[in-house]
Design a protein around this ligand. Structure first.
Ligand code: ZN
Length: 279
């Protein structure tokens, strides 16, 4: 199912399915002045096909390779819609890796995308690399209206569980980069339009930096990762039970310990219930 919401020059397409609603998940794509940002998940692709057939777009741009953002790209390609994606995203989508059951349950299995017509982003829209959530993550910046299409950079202020390859220092740096733009509007792929985006993004930056600092102080004391996760982040139930340990609090701690180099991402932090651990 796609629910449509108009925000002046932006149309929000909120994708859900019976299965995604069961697990409390939804994801949005956006259309700004005839350009689509992200494309929903694989099991919503046929609905996307019908909508785009009636509402042609000039092209589509992807924030990152996760299947709830890139899942409609194969259908857009079939419809002849030109696509923009970062090179790292392109490499991921050419040969998608299998995903765990809880992700297939909510979103469907990823579909390969290759041999597409490249889309040149229009002058009003810039891609800004914002790694951390995944190494290929981009946000799109409309400088004319001071609007950010943020993909999964935000998700929530305190997202206490992380995938194995998330890079907390890179997330904090990407947040600082986007805050410096002083956006007036911000569209999050899971939360929709954010009120007071600079305040919300700064709150997340502060929480991330505090968490990183606490981890570093405990590393210096020789404390192990599981203990640090409990002390800094609290009891972890949802990550272990629901995602089969794909997403855990300990992953944040490991990410801090690893430093900020070269994250390889094959787990999907957006594919966990967004109503948990997020104020
Ligand atoms: Zn994601």
């Amino acid at each position: 199912m796609i629910a449509f919401t108009a925000h002046d020059d932006v149309t929000q397409l909120e994708f859900t399915s019976v299965r995604s609603r069961l697990s409390g998940m939804r994801v949005s794509a956006f259309v700004v002045r005839n350009v689509m940002i992200d494309s929903g998940f694989p099991t919503s692709a046929d609905e996307l096909r019908r909508w785009v057939a009636q509402h042609p777009v000039a092209g589509a741009a992807l924030t990152h390779y996760h299947e709830d953002h890139a899942g409609g790209a194969s259908v857009l390609r079939e419809l002849g819609v030109p696509l923009w994606m970062a090179e790292a995203t392109q490499a991921r989508l050419a040969a998608p890796t299998p995903v765990r059951f809880y992700r297939r349950f909510s979103w469907g299995a990823p579909r390969a995308v290759a041999d597409f017509t490249p889309f040149a982003l229009p002058p009003f829209l810039a891609a800004i690399p914002t790694p951390g959530h995944t190494a290929d993550h981009q946000v799109f910046w409309d400088a004319e209206t001071r609007t950010v299409f943020g993909g999964d950079l935000f998700i929530g202020v305190k997202v206490r569980i992380a995938g194995a390859n998330e890079d907390p220092r890179a997330v904090a740096a990407s947040l600082r980069r986007v805050i410096a733009l002083e956006p007036r509007r911000y569209f999050d792929a899971h939360r929709g339009a954010l009120l007071n985006p600079v305040v919300r993004l700064a709150a997340k930056r502060d929480w991330m930096e505090e968490m990183i600092g606490q981890c570093e102080r405990l590393f210096a004391d020789g404390v192990d990762d599981a203990t640090i996760a409990r002390r800094v982040l609290g009891a972890d139930r949802i990550g272990r039970l629901y995602t089969g340990r794909d997403y855990t609090m300990e992953n944040w701690v490991r990410g801090v310990r690893r430093g900020s180099g070269g994250a390889r991402a094959d787990v999907n932090p957006c594919a966990v219930p967004q109503n948990r651990d997020i104020p």
